[in-house]
Design a binder for this molecule. Structure first.
Ligand code: SAH
Length: 255
C-alpha cells in the first residue's frame, strides 16, 4: 500500500458555491480523483491531474469500494455528496464497504469533511423552524420498509417533534409521500405549518409554506426538503415574506 494515499468523504452543501467549506475546497484542490453521483461530480471544475469518476444513483457500495481501492493504491480521493456526507449519503456507505472489505483498508487515512445539510439550509431560508427539538427522516423506502417509516412518523408526531423530511418523493414509490401526508394529517391535526423548500441556494430555489391540511403530494419532488412544524411552530407575517420559527421552549406536557 502506498502511504501517501488518502480518502476524504466531503459534503458540497446544498448547491451554492459560497456554502462549500474552505476545508472541502482545500481537499478538492489536492485531490487526484473525485468520485460521486453524476450531478454532484458535475459541480467539480475539471483540471489537469484530476480524474472525475461520475456514477449513477444506487451504486453507492461500488463507488465506496472504488474509493477505498484507489486510496489504498496511493490516490488522493474525494468522495462527494451533496449537503453533508454523513446525512443519508456516502460516508455511511464507505464505512459499510470498509467494515465488510479488505482489512488493509482500515489503515487508510480516511476523513469525513462536513457540509451544510439541506435541512439546515432550508430551515435558515424560512426562519428557524428547527429552533426546538426536531427529527430528520428519510422518506425513501429504498433501504427500509414502508411500515417502519410510517411508525416513525406516528411516533415523531406523538412526541411533538418538528420533522425534516429528506427524499420526500422516491421515484420507485411516488405514492409514498401521499401516504406520509395522510399519516401526518391524522396524527398531527390540520394546523401545523409545512415548509416546502425546493432547490435551496440554487437559481431554481422555491419556498412555500402551507397549513398541513392544504399540503399536497405534488408540492414536493426529489429536490425538495419538507419541514413539518411542531404544535408550537409559528409564522410571523411580514411585508418581506413570512418567517417560520419554533420557539426555544415548550410546556411540560405534550398537546
Ligand atoms: N446528504 C444530503 C442529503 C441527500 S438525500 C444532505 O445532507 O443534504 C437527497 C435529498 O436531500 C433530496 O431528495 C432533498 O430532499 C434534499 N436536498 C438536497 N439538496 C437540497 C436543496 N438544495 N434544496 C432542498 N432539498 C435538498
Amino acid at each position: 500500500m502506498n502511504a501517501t494515499g488518502w480518502l476524504a468523504i466531503a459534503g458540497l452543501g446544498p448547491g451554492n458555491e459560497a456554502l462549500i467549506t474552505p476545508e472541502v475546497s482545500a481537499a478538492l484542490a489536492e485531490a487526484s480523483d473525485v468520485i460521486g453521483y453524476i450531478p454532484y461530480v458535475a459541480r467539480i471544475a475539471p483540471r489537469e491531474g484530476l480524474v472525475l469518476h461520475p456514477s449513477d444513483n444506487r451504486v453507492e457500495l461500488d463507488r465506496a469500494t472504488l474509493a477505498l481501492d484507489l486510496a489504498a493504491r496511493g490516490h488522493k480521493v474525494v468522495v462527494v455528496s451533496s449537503g453533508d456526507p454523513g446525512v443519508f449519503a456516502m460516508a455511511a456507505a464507505v464505512f459499510e464497504a470498509l467494515e465488510a472489505g479488505n482489512p488493509a483498508w482500515r489503515d487508510l487515512d480516511i476523513r469525513v469533511l462536513p457540509g451544510i445539510t439541506a435541512m439546515l439550509a432550508a430551515s435558515a431560508r424560512a426562519g428557524a423552524p428547527l429552533g426546538h427539538d426536531f427529527c430528520a427522516i428519510n422518506l425513501s423506502d429504498n433501504l427500509k420498509p414502508w411500515p417502519l417509516i410510517e411508525k416513525r412518523l406516528r411516533l415523531a408526531a406523538e412526541a411533538d417533534f418538528a420533522m425534516a423530511f429528506y427524499n420526500p418523493r422516491s421515484k420507485s414509490r411516488p405514492e409514498g409521500f401521499a401516504r406520509a401526508l395522510a399519516v401526518l394529517k391524522e396524527a398531527c391535526g390540520d394546523a401545523r405549518p409545512v415548509l416546502f423548500a425546493r432547490a435551496v441556494s440554487t437559481p431554481e430555489e422555491e419556498l412555500r409554506i402551507v397549513p398541513l391540511d392544504k399540503a399536497e403530494p405534488e408540492m414536493a419532488d426529489m429536490r425538495t426538503m419538507v419541514i413539518v412544524g411542531s404544535s408550537r411552530t409559528r409564522i410571523i407575517e411580514r411585508q418581506n415574506g413570512p418567517l417560520l420559527y419554533t420557539p426555544r421552549s415548550a410546556p411540560g406536557t405534550l398537546p
